[in-house]
Design a protein. Structure first.
Length: 355
């Protein structure tokens, strides 16, 4: 069950945070920023221009992000917003030490990626455009059919040679299991099935498997129960949490996952996204909201902006991309920071006018 342990998040000062972080690397939290892929793939309307996607990725990396999903090599008939990912990979700046993962659904996607990598003329010392793919399936056949047009076991049989070829070509492979709590087509999910599917992904060579509450329906208690079941067979260090925020529980679910020992969290700047095959699902937990929730806690978020990811920069990026998409940031923290800044500016203006 979900419980805050003696490592309680609430009563720890900032200096304690630093001490704990240096003493134990187990309090380091890794963020996988999925906004440019999971976020943008669900945008309705006209296809987002390549230069904007590349700029989003560059801004995220400047804010300290070291793991970013840059796009996907999927059928453009299925997910039109991800068309042009090859150009995004070429246009973005490729920073050393940053993993720019690409989602692939089948061998065709990987083959396209490999031919891009072999044809792109990079100076010999510079890092490759990407060193990582993500492969994905789900805990229910119904969801896998909607997402990949086959059953879960068929998807695993198709993904196994994809993982093999990727590893042979020096690409890291990350796995996803969708609908780990509830499926939009069949309801409550059997956590044992989540465990079996995650195990198969690890056995085919994934270095980590991300557990997706795709519908965003899970509660912290359910998340903890699900992780308990999955980690009966799988070291928790091989698992990541991926929580959509449909019912407003995503930040609480992140804390529940951390409490269960997970140390990698997927999140999306500005809370971008949803899922094309989960009607009504909102975006992932906003990266800004995770960063805020982990301030003054025993955890330190890894990143390259003074050793972490810069909360204010992320909030600004959340607003920047949301406004480019014609709307407001849905990150609660992004909104609060903007309101505070506005208030401070108004107060300064008032003080100036009194002089
Ligand atoms: C897997 C398929 C292609 C099967 O779809 P299919 O229709 O069964 O495939 P097909 O082999 O019959 O091919 C159909 C057409 O797609 C082409 N095609 C085939 N493969 C590719 C490819 N890789 N790249 C580009 N084109 C491709 C292929 O060439 C053909 O073109 P046509 O002859 O009709 O002109 C399709 O179902 C697909 O693309 N699915 C991807 C769906 C997707 O991207 N979903 C979102 C990502 S998953 C997610 O968001 C969840 C996650 C990860 O975030 C975690 C969570 O929240 O739970």
């Amino acid at each position: 069950m979900f419980r805050l342990t003696s490592r309680s998040l609430l009563h720890t000062s900032k200096s304690t945070t630093r001490t704990l972080a240096t003493v134990s690397s187990s309090n380091i939290v890794n963020i996988v920023e999925v906004g440019p892929r999971d976020g943008l793939q669900n945008e309705k309307g006209s296809v987002i221009p390549v230069h904007l996607k590349a700029e989003l990725i560059n801004r995220l990396v400047q804010a300290g992000v070291t793991n970013v999903e840059a796009g996907s090599f999927v059928s453009p008939k299925w997910v039109p917003q991800m068309a042009g990912t090859a150009d995004v990979l070429k246009q973005k700046t490729t920073a050393p030490g940053v993993h720019y993962a690409v989602l692939v659904p089948n061998h065709r996607g990987l083959d396209d990626l490999l031919s891009l990598l072999s044809s792109s003329s990079q100076p010999s010392q510079s890092p490759p455009l990407t060193d990582e793919i993500s492969i994905f399936t789900a805990a229910t056949d119904a969801f896998t059919r909607a997402n990949l047009n086959c059953s879960t076991s068929e998807s695993l049989s198709r993904l196994s040679p994809v993982a093999r070829t990727a590893l042979d070509n020096n690409l890291r492979v990350r796995g996803y299991v969708s609908v780990v709590i509830a499926c939009p087509y069949t309801g409550k999910v059997d956590y044992k099935r989540v465990r079996e599917v995650a195990k198969e992904l690890l056995e085919m060579g994934c270095y980590e498997v991300s557990l997706g509450d795709t519908v965003g329906q899970g509660t912290p208690f359910e998340i903890q129960e699900m992780i308990e079941e999955v980690s009966k067979d799988i070291p928790v260090s091989k698992l990541a949490g991926h929580f959509h925020d449909t019912y407003g529980t995503a930040v609480a679910n992140v804390l529940a996952a951390l409490n269960s020992g997970i140390r990698t969290i997927d999140s999306s700047v500005g809370g971008l996204g949803g899922c094309p095959y989960s009607p009504g699902a909102t975006g992932n937990v906003a990266t800004e909201d995770v960063l805020y929730a982990l301030q003054n806690s025993p955890y330190t978020v890894a990143g390259t902006a003074n050793g972490t990811i810069d909360l204010n920069q992320m909030a600004d990026i959340g607003w920047w991309i949301s406004e480019k998409l014609g709307r407001d940031s849905v990150s609660r923290v992004g909104r609060a920071l903007r309101a505070r800044r506005k208030r401070e500016e108004q107060e300064k203006e008032k003080a100036r006018s009194k002089l």
